[in-house]
Design a protein around this ligand. Structure first.
Ligand code: ADP
Length: 266
C-alpha cells in the first residue's frame, strides 16, 4: 500500500495527515509549532508513522502547506493554505454538506474563502495583521481567566446574563478591558460569551468581503470551541457545518493533493 502525507505547518500548531490511495484519512497528529518548525514537523511525522506502524518508504509523496511550508525541505511539493484548505474542506464535508463558504480561524490569522459549484476557490479575504479574531486572542483570554482554551466553550454555555460587550478592536486593549470587567465583578462565563460574540462579529465582517453563500463551513482549531460556533451561528442566523476534525482539514487537503500529484507523475 502507498501512502500520502500532508503537513500543515501553522503559526501555532503543526498538523500531519496521512491518506491511502483511496484518499481515506488513515491517521493524523497535532503538535505545537514551537520555535523550531522544521524539527517539530519531522518529529511529528515520524511519531505518526510509528503510531500507525507504517514504514517511511511507503510514504511516496508529501505536500507541505501553511505558514512554515517552505521550511519542510523533504516535501515533494508545497502549496498555499488557501488551496489546501478548500480541497480538505470539500472532502471533509462530502456527502453531508455542499459548501460554498469556508471560515478558517487559525492561531494568528483568520480567513474567509468563497467556492464555486465545483469547489474551486473564487475569492478569499484574510486578516493576518491583527490578533483580535484569531486563536491567539482566545489563548490570551483563557490565560487571563486562568482557564484552558479547550474550556472556553463550556463556560460560554454557563453564561446567564447577556454576553458582555467587548468594545476594543485591538487584542492588546481588549486584554485590559477584560481585566477591567473581571475587576468589576462580572462573571467569567459572561466575559467568555462576550469575547466569543466579539470574535463572531469580526469574522462575519471578513466573510461579508467574499459574500455569504450557503452552505457555510468552519474549521481551524477555534472551531473546536462550541461556544464560538454558537455565537457565529447566532450572529449569522444560519447553521454552520463543523467537520469531524476541524483542526486538520488543511493538512488533509494537502495529503489529497499529494495523492493526485503522485498520480500525475507516475
Ligand atoms: P494555525 O494553523 O495557525 O497554527 P490552528 O488552526 O492550529 O492554527 O488553531 C490554533 C488555535 O486553535 C489555538 O490558538 C487555540 O486558540 C485553538 N484551539 C486549539 N485546540 C483547541 C481546543 N481543544 N478547543 C478550543 N480551541 C482550541
Amino acid at each position: 500500500m502507498k501512502y500520502f502525507v500532508g503537513i500543515d505547518i501553522g503559526s501555532t500548531a503543526i498538523k500531519v495527515a496521512l491518506v491511502d490511495e483511496n484518499e481515506e484519512l488513515i491517521g493524523h497528529r497535532i503538535s505545537a509549532s514551537g520555535s523550531m518548525f522544521y524539527k517539530y514537523a519531522k518529529q511529528s511525522l515520524s511519531e505518526l508513522l510509528i503510531e500507525l506502524k507504517i514504514d517511511e518508504k511507503d510514504v511516496v509523496y508529501t505536500v507541505a502547506t501553511g505558514y512554515g511550508r517552505k521550511l519542510f525541505k523533504e516535501a515533494d511539493e508545497n502549496i498555499s493554505e488557501i488551496t489546501a484548505n478548500a480541497i480538505g474542506a470539500v472532502a471533509a464535508a462530502k456527502g453531508e454538506c455542499d459548501i460554498k463558504t469556508i471560515i478558517n480561524i487559525g492561531g494568528q490569522d483568520s480567513k474567509a474563502i468563497s467556492l464555486d459549484s465545483e469547489g474551486s476557490v473564487v475569492n478569499f479575504a484574510m486578516n493576518d495583521r491583527c490578533a483580535a479574531g484569531t486563536g491567539k486572542f482566545l489563548d490570551v483570554v483563557a490565560m487571563n481567566l486562568e482557564l484552558e482554551v479547550s474550556e472556553l466553550g463550556d463556560y460560554h454555555f454557563k453564561s446567564e446574563g447577556a454576553p458582555l460587550a467587548i468594545n476594543s478592536t485591538c487584542a492588546v486593549f481588549a486584554e485590559s478591558e477584560i481585566i477591567g470587567l473581571l475587576g468589576n465583578d462580572n462573571s467569567v462565563e459572561d466575559i467568555v460569551a462576550g469575547v466569543h460574540y466579539s470574535i463572531a462579529k469580526r469574522i462575519i465582517k471578513l466573510v461579508k468581503r467574499v459574500g455569504i453563500k450557503d452552505s457555510i463551513y468552519f474549521d481551524g482549531g477555534p472551531a473546536l470551541n462550541a461556544g464560538l460556533v454558537y455565537a457565529i451561528e447566532n450572529e449569522l442566523s444560519k447553521e454552520i457545518f463543523i467537520p469531524k476534525y476541524p483542526q486538520i482539514t488543511t493538512a488533509y487537503g494537502a495529503a489529497i493533493l499529494a495523492n493526485e500529484s503522485y498520480g500525475y507523475e507516475n
